[in-house]
Design a protein around this ligand. Sequence first.
Ligand SMILES: *Cc1c(COP(=O)(O)O)cnc(C)c1O
Length: 452
Amino acid sequence: MTSGSAARSAVEQRGTRRAAALVRAVEDGLLGPRSPVVGLLDVDGVLAAVDALNEAFRGPAAVRHTFAAKACGLVPVLRLLAEAGMGCEVASPGELEQALAAGFTYDRLVFDSPAKTVEELEFALAHGIAINLDNFQEMARVDRLLAGRPAAGPIGLRVNPQVGAGAIDAMSTATATSKFGVALRDPGAVDEVVDAFARRPWLNRLHAHVGSQGCPLPLIAEGIRAAYELAERINAQLGRAQITGLDIGGGLPVNFAGEDDRPTYADYVTELRGAVPGLFDGRYTLITEFGRSLLAKSGTVATVVEYTKSAGGRQIAVTHAGAQVATRTVFMPGAWPLRVGVFDAAGRPKQGPTEITDIAGPCCFAGDLTATGRELPAVEPGDVVALHDTGAYYFSSHFSYNSLPRPAVYGYRTGADGRVHFALVREAQSVREVVEESGLAQAGALVALRAD
Ligand SMILES: *Cc1c(COP(=O)(O)O)cnc(C)c1O
């Protein structure tokens, strides 16, 4: 098989697995009137993405691939990735604990955050967790914490190559005024960075994450080239190979418009090899931090249609998946469109005449729409709607608007018996838990304060 047809058949198989999982989820009652929204994750799809990543970067350079925990901080998902040999990039105490609970050892973690506290830095330094520092104040803080001792783990500096924005401003971290890293094109910045490395032998990595969804590959490559060239300059100027690792971040865009993986990790590496040939020659350990591209296409939000109606000549299907699970899509529909599938009450693809339809969620604001003006098979109450490519930053990044509970998440695999098997990844949040999280234990606090 040519690699093109192999890729096509892998994509087809992913579609086949998803279709089977939807039918089975309805059959098993994981999705239905009592649980009208659920997240589903294709375990083989996730592992295939990890394989594709490893394959693309195979070469003389040592590579540590980490998964960006914010893309899906669910512990069983992180455990799966740890078992598959990945590391984990964390950027908050919660993500750090999730990663440790999943079984990542300290040496497989990378700690990035623009707002690390002293306590967080102390923890990372004490355990030799790789850290990427964000700015000069943070470097000075680490100077004080190390107090002359050598660092136990790698410590890098995040740089902002200021190469500009991609298609989505909020996802573009390498703009002129981005809050991330040291802005390299600002007057005097490069000299200041070189000087900072000269004075700190423990500073041994550079980090550049140019952006996430919406950044074209040449833009990402340009940013990484700037980091690489800076590393070359620092090592040359210091007369020693002090910088031993380049963390090139994540940000491979995902194709939300169709079924296939485009661009692929192989496309990305081809772009990088063209723009920064020296990156791969083995002098630097490469660290990657992909999130969305590893999981998005293996995840589905499936929801039951509660009602259908028409308003102003527009068909509307009211479902249970809205801003609580598809926050970005609902608030920035132009930037984050999702593919939508319509299935009957048994989870089988719906056929028949189409109508121009809006897919609405349950939240009480008018913009709570996950798709608008789509030509879809006529939707009826009880049908199932699937929001495709939602394995990253969707069901795992819940928004608790209207006190809607977090939905259950299940992983699926087709067993040797040809049947779909599910594993619970996260239980649905109960209404009781929602109330407990809402200050239930302090129910009388404000009334008492007034009575004083
Ligand atoms: C969000 C983020 C990533 C992951 O980005 P994706 O687009 O999900 O691949 C990697 N590194 C850093 C520093 C990030 O903030």
